[in-house]
Design a protein around this ligand. Structure first.
Ligand SMILES: Cc1cc2nc3c(=O)[nH]c(=O)nc-3n(C[C@H](O)[C@H](O)[C@H](O)COP(=O)(O)O)c2cc1C
Length: 185
């Protein structure tokens, strides 16, 4: 089994990445292969709306999104971790969502499991909107949304790595990973 983890933060080693690692840990321990796609290390250009992808399902842009198109087809589950930017997902992650349009007719994610985590500096800083943006993407792809302990995982942290001092939040992230295992079974 194979899980694709996408970190939507442009900041390397940030809070979203730590939450993603915590969520992936139980899956790795259970023997799943985990592919991490960190937007801090990748270039995914914004969709230009040229719609040249419509007849053949091939995007006219050439960048790291090609790796995700392959991973979509190969994975059994996706976990997206995102920082809150202006109460929603960062532009880098929205570009991934928009560029997924190119392969949408093939429905490569249909019936697959999706988990979501997000972190913002504010309490009620837009975490719910960010989670809903990710869940709406999953549902539009025909995926099944998997909850954490209650809903998606939301966290409050600001400086890079601050979330490492919140073991309860990391445990919530691990709970999401365990739920993906359970739902996959
Ligand atoms: C451009 C920008 C916009 C932000 N907007 C919000 C926001 O609307 N609400 C919030 O709670 N935090 C906001 N933040 C703070 C980040 O969500 C927060 O620092 C988070 O921990 C960053 O995660 P990372 O370490 O994974 O990059 C913003 C940060 C940046 C750089």
């Amino acid at each position: 089994m194979h899980v694709l983890g996408i970190c939507g933060s442009p900041r390397p080693g940030g809070n979203a990445q730590l939450l993603l690692d915590a969520a992936l840990a139980p899956l790795r321990e259970a023997g799943w292969r985990a592919t991490e796609f960190l937007l801090s290390e990748k270039t995914v250009l914004p969709c230009t709306g040229c719609e040249r992808c419509i007849p053949g399902g091939v995007c006219a842009l050439h960048d790291d999104m090609a790796q995700l198109y392959e991973a979509y087809a190969a994975c059994d589950a996706v976990i997206i971790a995102a920082p809150v930017y202006w109460r929603t997902v960062p532009a880098q992650l929205k570009a991934v969502m928009d560029r997924t349009f190119a392969v949408q007719r093939r429905r490569p994610l249909r019936g697959k499991l999706g988990g979501a985590l997000c972190v913002g500096r504010g309490t009620g800083g837009g975490q719910a909107i960010t989670l809903n943006t990710i869940y709406t993407f999953y549902l539009s792809c025909g995926m099944l949304c998997v909850p954490g302990e209650l809903n998606g995982v939301t966290a409050v942290a600001d400086a890079p790595g601050d979330i490492a001092n919140q073991p309860d939040r990391l445990e919530q992230a691990a709970c999401l990973g365990r739920n993906i295992l359970a739902y996959a079974r």
